[in-house]
Write a protein that binds this ligand. Structure first.
Ligand code: IFM
Length: 439
């Protein structure tokens, strides 16, 4: 199949099709007066990032955004999910860089000129280095600082946003970056993790409050989810998978929608939580207008004899993407259904990220990406048929970009980027999408 077997008419008329990116991954952080972030210092430390690559130039979206927005429009997409860089807007985390604000102002207007809906995420991981040295996500004040950033950036462009979410993938900010150490700041510390997991939620709720006060509407939260499958039939493996599911998937939704964290997770994190955390749910539970699910894969989980959480990932049997992630479309269906049934009810849901890393041999040959997207879109459709109020689907990503600790190696784009010349070339998946979405 070189084409998608779905078309726009298989979905409701107001269903939103979009592409997603993030600031540090595409903009070129060396341009426009942006300040250093914890990703710059993390990447500059040997051993953290493949070839010590950083986001200095990335895709140079900072200068080429008009061309990139044309690509989104020409694909027939309705929306652009982008993010705003805290360190571009406030290079030292506090003082405002007018050029940074102007960039997002121009970007917003350029989206509107093309009839694209601006869907903003306030934070996609580039914490200003000046705040990182003050403890970053471990410091309770991060919620206040983030509120100030929210006020500044949304005071400028909030009037034109279709939707806004505060923080992309809280699990990555908390667990991946402070427990596993794979992302900046690269910590492996359970106490730092407990603090960051809670403060990211506090910052989320604080930002929602700030934006409500500014009069913004259509505010949501974006959570990444990974389906946890027990590695075998033993009760121990079932427990291990349940715990993984708890700190990866339930922790954040449960905080926002139920005002508590899962007991399984608090068994480990409880002794390390910041003082007074139980009193913060009035902020964390700020009502949302929608929820976004970022979904890519599942993991097989087996128990081990390490200290809590006493488990590990084992390799699964399914075909894998270039990230070595198993392709498991059923997981998207399960998450959409479970999120609606357990947490969000009739609240609109969006797939805010889904896509695959695949280095295609030539831009006009991109079959695995077409198959991956097709299979996941079919699951999204099935969830809708089963009553899930899914209102949109966004592909990660528009462009090949900086895949964090994996540098520029993993190609998630519908559009190929030559990182020497920065030339953009639409791939076969892009062409197939444009055909499917044609009105
Ligand atoms: O590139 C990332 C993105 O920044 C957040 N979600 C997952 C993507 C693929 O790993």
């Amino acid at each position: 199949m070189t084409k998608f077997s779905f078309s726009r008419s298989d979905f409701p008329q107001d269903f939103i099709w979009g592409a997603a990116t993030s600031s540090y991954q595409i903009e070129g952080h060396a341009f426009g007066g942006a300040g250093p972030t914890h990703w710059d210092t993390f990447a500059a430390t040997p051993g953290n990032v493949v070839r010590a690559e950083n986001g200095d130039t990335a895709c140079d979206h900072y200068h080429r955004y008009e061309q990139d927005l044309d690509l989104i429009k020409d694909a027939g997409l309705d929306a652009y999910r982008f993010s705003t860089s805290w360190a571009r807007v406030m290079p030292d985390g506090k003082a405002v860089n007018p050029d940074g604000l102007d960039f997002y102002d121009r970007l917003t207007d350029a989206m509107l000129e093309r009839g694209l809906k601006p869907c903003a995420t306030l934070y996609h991981w580039e914490l200003p280095a000046a705040l990182a040295v003050q403890g970053g996500w471990q410091n309770r004040d991060v919620a206040k600082w983030f509120g100030e950033f929210t006020h500044t950036i949304m005071g400028k462009i909030g009037d034109r946003m279709h939707s806004v979410a505060p923080i992309n993938e809280p699990w990555c900010v908390g667990w991946l970056s402070h427990f596993l150490g794979h992302h900046a700041p690269g910590l492996r510390d359970i106490r730092a993790t407990a603090h960051a997991m809670h403060h990211v939620m506090l910052a989320h709720g604080t930002a929602i409050g700030v934006m409500r006060d500014l009069g913004l509407k259509n505010l949501g939260g974006v959570f990444n989810m990974e389906w946890a499958t027990p590695a075998d039939d033993s009760p121990e493996a079932a427990r291990a998978a349940e715990l993984y599911d708890g700190y990866y998937n339930h922790f954040f939704l449960s905080g926002v929608f139920k005002g508590r964290y899962p007991d399984t997770v608090m068994e480990g994190l409880g002794p390390h939580m910041p003082q007074g955390w139980q009193d913060d749910f009035n902020v964390i539970q700020a009502p949302l207008d929608w929820v976004g699910v970022n979904y890519y894969t599942r993991k097989l989980i087996a128990p081990n004899t390490d200290p809590w959480p006493s488990h590990e990932e084992v390799e699964g049997p399914l075909p894998k993407t270039d990230m070595a992630w198993e392709i498991y479309p059923q997981g998207l269906y399960e998450f959409l259904k479970r999120t609606a049934d357990t947490y969000t009810g009739t609240l609109p849901l969006y797939v805010t990220e889904n896509g695959m890393a695949h280095a295609c041999p030539a831009e006009d040959v991109d079959q695995p990406r077409i198959d991956y997207l097709q299979a996941h879109i079919a699951m999204a459709r099935k969830a809708m048929d089963d009553g899930v109020p899914l209102k949109g689907y966004m592909i990660w990503s528009l462009l090949d970009n900086y895949e964090w600790a994996l540098g520029y190696e993993k190609r998630f784009g519908l559009v190929h980027v030559d990182f020497d010349t920065l030339k953009r070339t639409p791939k076969a998946s892009y062409q197939a999408l444009a055909a499917a979405l044609k009105r």
